[in-house]
Structure formats: structure tokens, C-alpha cells
Design a protein around this ligand. Structure first.
Ligand code: I3P
Length: 109
């Protein structure tokens, strides 16, 4: 699955709140491949190698939990992703349908 997702980092690997200055929203082209959610600046191209930044932004979603972000109302179509290494992200999808589709796909990994 792939599509545009806008990310906000809420908690880091130690489970601590992501500090000010790194909590902003950022738009990515997202690709779910196997157990990895790749977040790239540019549209996905199968033949293109991933940049160092792309690799750094990739999120392991094995044993992660995706839910609707019911406690976040500033933006629509936002899901919450809790990873197995205690990171928490908010991801805004382009529509309600897209958000539900990402949640289902991520929780199937
Ligand atoms: C954050 C940025 C986010 C905001 C967040 C700020 O600043 O303005 O948009 O979240 O508020 O800390 P920075 O880019 O300097 O990290 P919202 O859009 O959800 O308000 P927060 O600290 O209350 O999460």
C-alpha cells in the first residue's frame, strides 16, 4: 500500500515525549512494504535506491498498533501509530477511507 501521509512525532524510542522543535507535521510519500513503512520525500520509484534520510525515516511496524487518533481533534483523518520500540506517531491521511485502510493494513503486519 502507498499514498501520502503527513506525520507528527509524538514520542521517541524511549517512550519520552518528542521535544519541541521536532513535533511539527511533515508530509511524506508513504510505502508499506513487508513490515516496514517507508516515508519518502518524493514519490516512490521502484528502481530508485533509498536515501540515507529515507532509511532514517522508515518505521518498523511489526507488532505496532494503529488506531484512530480519537484524542486528537485539530486535524481530520488522523491515526495514531504505537511501535514496538515505544515510538508514537500521528499520521494524517488524505481521507477517512484512506485512514481506515492504513490502519487495517498496518495491523495485519
Ligand atoms: C510543534 C508544531 C506542531 C504542534 C506542536 C508544536 O512545534 O507547531 O504543529 O502540534 O504542539 O510543539 P515544533 O515544530 O517546533 O516542534 P499541533 O499541530 O498538534 O498543535 P504540541 O507540542 O502541543 O504537540
Amino acid at each position: 500500500k502507498h499514498g501520502v501521509l503527513t506525520r507528527k512525532s509524538h514520542a521517541d524510542m524511549d517512550g519520552k515525549r518528542t521535544p519541541r522543535g521536532r513535533r511539527g507535521w511533515k508530509k511524506f510519500y508513504a510505502v508499506l512494504k513487508g513490515t516496514i513503512l517507508y516515508l519518502q520525500k518524493d514519490e516512490y520509484k521502484p528502481d530508485k535506491d533509498l536515501s540515507e534520510v529515507d532509511l532514517k525515516n522508515a518505521v518498523r511496524v511489526h507488532h505496532a498498533l494503529a488506531t484512530r487518533a480519537t484524542d486528537y481533534s485539530k486535524r481530520p483523518n488522523v491515526m495514531k501509530l504505537k511501535t514496538s520500540d515505544w515510538r508514537v506517531f500521528l499520521f494524517q491521511a488524505s481521507s477517512e477511507e484512506e485512514m481506515m485502510s492504513w490502519i487495517l493494513r498496518i495491523n495485519l503486519v
